[in-house]
Design a binder for this molecule. Structure first.
Ligand code: AMP
Ligand code: MN
Ligand code: MN
Ligand code: MN
Length: 291
């Protein structure tokens, strides 16, 4: 089996809300020392071909990924699919359903921002997304550009964060639909950044149980968006308790996220089995019964 020393199974490109093109992202990851990368854009596989070509040219191992938006118990969850076949019709259909919902929600967000005095919010956000999936990140960039917010963090805090006036609630895919689509297309399902959902421990326990019940296999125990030692310990304990495999993902969106230790994430903690050990096909081993 191939062994890699620096795995990152969660990041974004301009195909969704990342700041770098797939090619530039691969270059940035290589510079950070990453030798095994999955591109996991929000609800799209559009960046994969370009990223794979760039990774091939550098001798970096590349894994096809996607981060699917899900609504579960009235909450939004993100499910990362690793090792998916981007051309599989079941996955394509699932993604096109989420993309439709995303675009309808974007129109409603734009209407609310226009009331705040941002003219032509929809077309301007669309231009910022430049053909990629339109996300709240693009609206946050627009608020900064329009001088309404001083930076992205403030744009979320005042207007776009959950519960704020311009945060239109979306109806994303059902949890089992997303996991089934990932599985049908040959992939493994990973619950992304488990500590980012503003849930109590009791709610997280329900979330892990529902995820496993729907066929989910792994959880991002080492995440760039919650890298404190106590957070790692919480994820370790919860992965063990719910018998989930472990993954590592930075959730890197671009160099402006200076707090994300791109390429220097903690390894999968003791007692948790890495997802790539259970599914060696992710690391390029012969595809067989395991993936
Ligand atoms: P969406 O899927 O369109 O709702 O957008 C979600 C994306 O917005 C996430 O993937 C993050 O990249 C970004 N995001 C969400 N909350 C925040 C926040 N508080 N600060 C900065 N970025 C955020
Ligand atoms: Mn994002
Ligand atoms: Mn996410
Ligand atoms: Mn992400």
């Amino acid at each position: 089996m191939n062994t890699y020393t620096n795995i990152d199974f969660h990041c974004h490109s301009t195909a969704s809300d990342g700041a770098l093109s797939p090619t530039a992202l691969v270059a940035c990851a290589a510079e950070a020392g990453i030798d095994c990368l999955a591109l996991t854009d929000h609800d799209t596989v559009a960046g994969l071909a370009e990223a794979r070509q760039a990774a091939d040219q550098r001798g970096m191992h590349f894994v096809n990924g996607v981060e699917i938006s899900v609504t579960w118990s009235n909450k939004t969850l993100h499910i990362v699919g690793l090792g998916v076949d981007p051309t599989h019709p079941v996955l394509e259909q699932a993604l096109s359903a989420v993309q439709h919902g995303r675009s309808e929600r974007a129109k409603q967000i734009a209407e609310r921002l226009e009331k705040l005095g941002v003219a032509d919010a929809y077309s301007r956000a669309l231009a910022l997304a430049d053909g990629g999936q339109l996300t709240r990140t693009h609206f946050a960039r627009l608020l900064v550009q329009a001088g309404v917010s001083k930076d992205l963090k403030q744009a979320f805090k005042q207007h776009l964060g959950n519960g704020k006036p311009a945060a239109v609630r979306a109806q994303w895919l059902a949890l089992d639909t997303a996991i089934d689509a990932i599985k049908s297309s040959g992939g493994v399902s990973v619950l992304a950044h488990p500590l980012r959902y503003d849930m109590t421990g009791a709610w997280r326990a329900r979330m892990y149980a529902a995820f496993a019940e729907a066929g989910g296999q792994a959880v991002e125990v080492s995440s760039g968006v919650s890298q404190q030692p106590d957070e790692l310990a919480t994820c370790q304990k919860e992965a063990i308790r719910h018998q989930l495999l472990g993954s590592v993902g930075s959730d890197f969106h671009g160099p402006e996220q200076r707090w994300i230790r791109h390429g220097r994430l903690a390894p999968v903690p003791r007692g948790v089995r890495p997802v790539w050990e259970a599914f060696p096909g992710l690391l390029g081993a012969a595809r067989g019964a395991t993936l």
